[in-house]
Structure formats: structure tokens, C-alpha cells
Design a protein around this ligand. Structure first.
Ligand code: AP5
Length: 191
């Protein structure tokens, strides 16, 4: 099975590239941001707790997120693999993912991190905020999300470095050009 972690700061293009990867490789998409937004929209207890945290640009607790991932793995056992978008975001989440996949005798194939300069991230997210009204796409929260990424999420790259699974990809330029770079990485680990 092909299990890809698509990693990168807010606005680096994880969602955009996930769509193209799914189309080409037929993977199941698991985005913790989308799952949390569904809980918020459904006004569930989890959603109410998560909304306050997401609106500040902080991270939802590892326990909650790992539980959501385990449920998704349980539901989708017969696909050709997963793309994890926006997860793991802490080293404990990365360990949680490893344990969860081990239960299925499986493991992450590659972790692809999209590298985009901060000013470009801010520009993209401000534009999306204007176009879609996403509540965490305003300057103050965007800056906090990037700071949280630098502080709490970057260590995940060292975790996958140690396992020789981390591939950095330049995340600027056209969407198709970036996708070509990603495909090059995936095709090396695919078989
Ligand atoms: P999440 O939904 O994961 O948001 P994020 O990481 O901030 O990522 P974004 O969706 O903003 O960006 P993206 O990298 O997917 O880029 P996209 O393709 O959309 O998380 C939201 C919140 O949920 C977190 O802050 C946290 O509170 C919580 N959360 C989620 N997961 C969690 C976890 N695992 N643990 C704890 N808490 C968690 O692109 C962005 C914009 O740029 C789009 O408008 C797009 O059209 C544009 N764009 C894309 N590519 C290009 C390009 N090449 N050139 C120009 N524009 C481009």
C-alpha cells in the first residue's frame, strides 16, 4: 500500500496537491483540517471544542486527532493507500500514526514536505480569506498558524529524516509544476 504524508506550513498547497495525487494514484484522502471542520459544521461536542482552538490557529489535542485518524483507517481498509494531509503535526502524532499503521502491518511510504517562503504563504492565505471567508484566514491568525507550525510541527521533519522518509519539494511555481516534482518523488517509492 502507498501511504503518503503530505506536509508543509499553512497555505503551502497540501489540499491543492492532494486532489491531484488522489486522481493519479487513487488514494483515500484524510485531511484532519477537513475532518475537524466537519465536526464544527455539525456542531458536535468535539466540533465546539475544536472551533475555539482552530479560530486561534492553535493545534487541537493529539488524542483527539489520533482517534479521528484511527476511525478513518478502520472505515477504509480496502483502498490502495492513504494521503495524510495536515497530519501528523506533532512528533506524538507521528508516533501515533506509526502505531496505528503497524496494527495493519503497514507503514508510511514517504513524507513529502512542501517548502514555501513565509511571505508567499501569507499572500495565498489572505487571498483565500477574501475569496472564501475561511475564519482562520486573517493576518493575525495566519501569522500564529505559521508560528505554531515552526514551533510544534517542524520537528516532525526530523522524525521522518531519521527514518530516511522525508523528501522536501519546492512548493512555489505553478500547481502543475509542483505536482510534477511530487510525482517524481512518489514514483521512486511506489513499488
Ligand atoms: P488545516 O485545514 O490543515 O489548515 P492548514 O494546515 O493551515 O492548511 P491550509 O488548508 O490553510 O493550506 P494547504 O497547505 O492545504 O494549502 P491549500 O492547498 O489549501 O488546519 C486548520 C486548523 O485545524 C489548524 O490550524 C488546527 O487548529 C487544526 N488542525 C488540523 N489538523 C490538525 C492536526 N493534525 N493536529 C492538530 N490540529 C489540527 O492552498 C492554500 C491557498 O493557496 C488556496 O487558495 C490555493 O488555491 C492557493 N494555492 C495553492 N497552490 C498554489 C500555487 N502553487 N500558487 C498560488 N496559489 C496556490
Amino acid at each position: 500500500m502507498l501511504h503518503i504524508v503530505l506536509f508543509g506550513p499553512p497555505g503551502s498547497g497540501k489540499g491543492t496537491q492532494s486532489e491531484k495525487i488522489i486522481e493519479k494514484y487513487g488514494l483515500v484522502h484524510i485531511s484532519t483540517g477537513d475532518l475537524l471542520r466537519e465536526e464544527v459544521a455539525g456542531q458536535t461536542e468535539l466540533g465546539k471544542k475544536a472551533k475555539a482552538i482552530m479560530d486561534k490557529g492553535e493545534l487541537v489535542s493529539d488524542d483527539i486527532v489520533i482517534r479521528m485518524i484511527r476511525n478513518k483507517l478502520e472505515e477504509n481498509q480496502n483502498g490502495s493507500g492513504y494521503i495524510f494531509d495536515g497530519f501528523p503535526r506533532t512528533v506524538d502524532q507521528a508516533r501515533g500514526l506509526r502505531k496505528a499503521l503497524t496494527d495493519y502491518d503497514d507503514r508510511v511510504s514517504v513524507m513529502i514536505s512542501l517548502e514555501v517562503p513565509r511571505e508567499e504563504l501569507v499572500k495565498r492565505l489572505l487571498k483565500r480569506g477574501e475569496e472564501t471567508g475561511r475564519t482562520d484566514d486573517n493576518l493575525e491568525i495566519i501569522n500564529n498558524r505559521i508560528d505554531v507550525y515552526n514551533r510544534q510541527t517542524i520537528p516532525v521533519t526530523y522524525y521522518y529524516d531519521k527514518m530516511h522518509k522525508h523528501a522536501a519539494v519546492e512548493g512555489t511555481g505553478s500547481v502543475n509544476k509542483i505536482f510534477d516534482r511530487i510525482v517524481e518523488v512518489i514514483d521512486k517509492v511506489k513499488d
